[in-house]
Design a protein around this ligand. Structure first.
Ligand code: NAD
Length: 517
């Protein structure tokens, strides 16, 4: 392996071997016997390592261990569970550069974004530590004399986490840190495109489990293709909650299978995020946000900016500036670990095909390519995974504009009035992230009002991409309605119980009911 970026040493420090087990209950790795999957770097096509998938038997062993561990873990007081999470955050700090580098290499996002992803893990760990002392319920006034009523939150059980390739480690942390303080155990089924990131994360976490002599089964990893472990995972009643991050198509499947057994889901699905740029916007700020949102992570964020809705008076000048910015970004397409790179590769050739196909569809529907539409080849681009970020002048009703294409394609369109802009904005199936750039308070307030953006995230003078962990993260409509990370998202990882205590000496019935015998 060419090792210009110090990958070998990183893999060693992260405990990644040539062939890695795809199943662990925390510190014990199974001798797996399933299919061997190879992980290639999208940036240079090098083989990074292999993972041997878990079998059905391995999975069952993991689930039974997680079930037993739950009985122990739920007895640990929440702030003490928080202390374990605190140590996990510290351990992640130690490995931030190495894990960030592996995320960048295996997934293809640039190193800065790999570091940012690990920072999100650390941030949610810190958040969860504080939250572990704040699992509040309400107290209510009873209608009966000498009665006390309150609700309280109790551990739920085993939480299944299915994660997408584009945030190979952060999504696990958003779910797991909260699930842990909630008293739950976790079984993680990562994307088969980023398995080594999952193995590395578990290796790091194992240090904390060992140092605290924790039982096996609190955090678990099972790597297996959907043939071995697809619907069976979803149908498994041992998991009262499954959190899935992925495309809307997969989310629908998860929701219907888990719904059949009346399990709970957190659905974090695709987006089709837009920025409205008013003629009263600070265009310098808007430009920065648009470019980062549309080309960052090579357009492979759920919150990537996919549509730009621009007031007609400033349309031409903004387009001009945007094309210029894209021209300079296009000079910085390259290896994800090269510090000069701003745009890395797409995850695989399938994504490149989707990119080219989508641009073709937009053109067929009448769209005009203003920049890009190019798959790069030649020196440094031999993998065929590099594309030039693209701007297409389009109309919102095009079928392709209504879809999420997981690639750097920005559809740009005009509006006259703010009401038109909001109408266009909301007229897509998805509802994840949204933004307006304007210094006019009447417009910005309208945008975040009940008649404004219909998304889970609505930003003012900030782009669509890159949320802080302190807020509840998720979206409406085809994005699935789930919320995770900050705010009161912790509640879904717990079961809520309402209790009434009678400290009197009679037994009055509610609603004044008489039942004398
Ligand atoms: P994907 O839908 O192809 O896969 C998501 C996960 O589902 C993977 O781990 C995959 O292995 C698993 N999976 C597939 N079939 C399954 C089955 N039958 N049973 C159980 N699991 C199954 O998505 P992807 O390509 O990895 O990620 C990109 C998508 O994820 C985009 O649509 C993006 O918008 C979305 N995403 C959403 C958020 C969010 O928070 N809303 C965050 C990141 C990514």
């Amino acid at each position: 392996m060419a090792d210009k970026y110090g990958i070998k040493a990183t893999l060693d420090r992260l405990g990644i071997k040539e062939i890695n087990s795809g199943a662990t209950t925390g510190t014990v790795w199974f001798e797996t016997t399933g299919k061997v999957i190879e992980s290639f770097a999208p940036a240079d096509g090098e083989l990074i390592g292999k993972v041997q998938e878990a079998s059905k038997e391995d999975y069952n062993k993991i689930m039974e261990t997680a079930k037993e561990a739950f009985k122990v873990w739920r007895e640990v007081p929440a702030p003490k569970r928080g202390e374990i999470v605190r140590q996990m955050g510290l351990e992640l700090r130690k490995y931030k550069e190495d894990l960030g580098r592996l995320v960048s290499y295996e997934m293809g996002k640039i190193y800065q974004e790999g570091l940012g992803e690990v920072q999100e893990m650390i941030d949610i760990a810190d958040f969860a530590v504080g939250q572990s002392r704040q699992l509040y319920g309400f107290t209510m006034q009873s209608e009966r004399e000498k009665h006390r009523m309150f609700d309280h939150y109790e551990p739920l059980g085993i939480v299944g986490v299915i994660s997408a390739f584009n945030f190979p480690v952060a999504v696990w942390a958003w779910n797991t840190m909260l699930a842990l303080i909630a008293g739950d155990t976790v079984v993680w089924k990562p994307s088969s495109k980023t398995t080594l990131c999952a193995v590395a994360t578990h290796n790091i976490m194992a240090n904390v489990l060992k140092a605290n002599n924790l039982p096996e089964g609190i955090i678990n990893l099972v790597i297996a293709g959907s043939k071995v472990l697809g619907d069976d995972f979803l149908d498994d009643k041992r998991m009262p909650l499954i959190s899935v991050t992925g495309s809307t198509a997969i989310g629908r499947r998860v929701a219907s299978r888990v719904g059949q057994r009346l399990g709970r889901t957190i659905l974090e699905l695709g987006g089709n995020n837009a920025i409205i740029v008013s003629k009263e916007a600070d265009l310098d700020m808007a430009l920065r946000a648009i470019v980062f949102g549309s080309v960052g992570t090579a357009g492979q964020r759920c919150t990537s900016t996919r549509r730009l809705i621009v007031q007609e008076d400033i349309y031409d000048s903004l387009v001009q500036r945007l094309v210029k910015a894209y021209e300079s970004v296009a000079q910085k397409i390259g290896h994800s670990l090269n510090p000069d790179t701003l745009v890395g590769p797409l995850i695989d050739k399938g994504s490149v095909e989707a990119y080219s196909w989508a641009i073709g569809e937009a053109q067929k529907e009448g769209g005009k390519v203003l920049f890009g539409n190019k798959v790069l080849s030649g020196e440094g681009f031999e993998t065929g995974t590099y594309v030039v970020p693209t701007i297409v002048e389009a109309e919102n009703h095009y079928n392709i504009v209504q879809e999420e294409t997981f690639a750097p394609i920005l559809y740009i369109m005009k509006y006259k009035t703010i009401e038109d802009a909001i109408e266009l904005h909301n007229n897509v199936p998805q509802g994840l992230s949204s933004a307006i750039f304007s210094r006019n308070m009447l417009e910005t307030e309208l945008f975040i009002s009940g008649s404004g953006s219909d998304c889970g995230i609505a930003n003012v003078n900030i782009g669509t991409s890159g949320a802080e962990i302190g807020g509840a993260f998720g979206g409406e409509k085809d994005t699935g309605g789930g919320r995770e990370s900050g705010s009161d998202s912790w509640k879904i990882y717990m079961r809520r119980q309402t209790t009434t205590i009678n400290f009197g000496t009679s037994l009055p019935l509610a609603q004044g009911l008489k039942f004398d015998f």
